[in-house]
Design a protein around this ligand. Sequence first.
Ligand code: M6R
Length: 359
Amino acid sequence: DKGTYPFYMLKEIDEQPNVMRRLAQIYLSETGEPVISDKLLNSMKQADRIYIVGAGTSYHAGLVGKRLFENLTQTPTEVHISSEFAYEQPILSKKPFFIFLSQSGETADSREVLVNVNAGGYESLTITNVQNSTLSREATYTLLLHAGPEIAVASTKAYTAQIAIEAILAKALGEADNQIVAQRFDVRHQLGLVATGMQALVDEKSKIEKLAKASFLKTPNAFYIGRGIDWSVSLEAALKLKEISYVQAEGFASGELKHGTIALIEKGTPVIGIITQEKTAGLTRSNLQETMARGAQILTIVSESLAKPGDTLILPDVDPLMSPLLSVVPTQLIAYYTSLNKGLDVDKPRNLAKSVTVE
Ligand code: M6R
C-alpha cells in the first residue's frame, strides 16, 4: 500500500533510514558485533577470492561491495555482470567463494551463473530480499535484505540494504581474520550515522525537486562522474535517471572523460560530480572544471568535510567506505522528480519489468 505517497518509489526512498536501523538490529549484537553464522564465515574464510555476481542495480551494489571486502578483509574481490559471467566465465582462483546479489532472487541471468557454480561444486551466498526465492534456495547460504517489499521497478532501498549487509559481512570476515582495519570499523556506529544522514537527505526533498526541475527536466543527456567508490555510485545514479526519466545518462570515471567522452559536452549539459573521497576530491573537481570550460553546467554532491563554497548538495560525513549509502540518495530523488515532472509513470517505466526472468 502506497499510503499517501503518489508512487511506491518515493515511499521506498523514504524507508531507507528505517531499513538501515532494522539491519543493524537484525545483524548486529547488543555490543555491535556482526551476527553471522560460523558456517558461512568459515566458508568465506577459506576463500582466496570473492566473486560477486549481479545484474543492474545489484551489480552496482557489488561494485561497492568490492571496496568493502578488499578494504576490510584483504580478500581480492571481483564483481561481474551475471549475463556476461554466464557465458564468458573468468579464470577462477583455487578457492573461490561466490556472492549473488539479487533483490528478487529470480533474475535468470544470475541463476544461470549459480547453476554453473553449483555444478562446479563451489559454495555460494545469496543476498536477497525474497525468502525462498530461486537464488536463495539454490545457493549454500542466504542473507535476507529485510527491506520490505520493493514494488517500484527502479530499485532503491534494495541497493542500500545490499551495501549495508556487505559492510556487516566484510566487518565480520575481516574480524574473523584479525584484520585491524575491520576491528576498528565500527559498523553499528556507521549505520547509525547513515540512518540519520539519510533522514536529513530525504527531508531535503523540496531542494532536490527544484534542482531536478532546473537542471534535468529539459536536458536530453547528463553525466554523473566520480573516482573509485564515487564512480561506482555514478553508474547507479545514471541508471536511475535513464530507466525512469528517459534521460540519456552516463556514469563515468572522472579521469577518463578527457580521453574521448568530453567531446559530448555541450552548452548546458549537466555534469554531476560525486565527491566523497579525500584523496581524489581535488582531481574530480579539476575534471568538473574541464567540462565547465566546454559549457557544461556543473553540480556537486559532496561530503561535508570536503565541501567548498558553491557546492550543490552536502552529505553528512560518514566513513568514506559507507559514503555510497548517502551519496546515492539525492540521485534517486533527482531521477524520481525528473520522471514525476515529466508526467511519466515513475513506478512502471516503459519496456521494463520488476523481475527479469529471461536471459
Ligand atoms: O532482482 P535483481 O536484483 O536480481 O534485479 C536485477 C536488475 O534487474 C535490477 O536491479 C534492475 O536493474 C532495476 N530495475 C534497477 O533499478
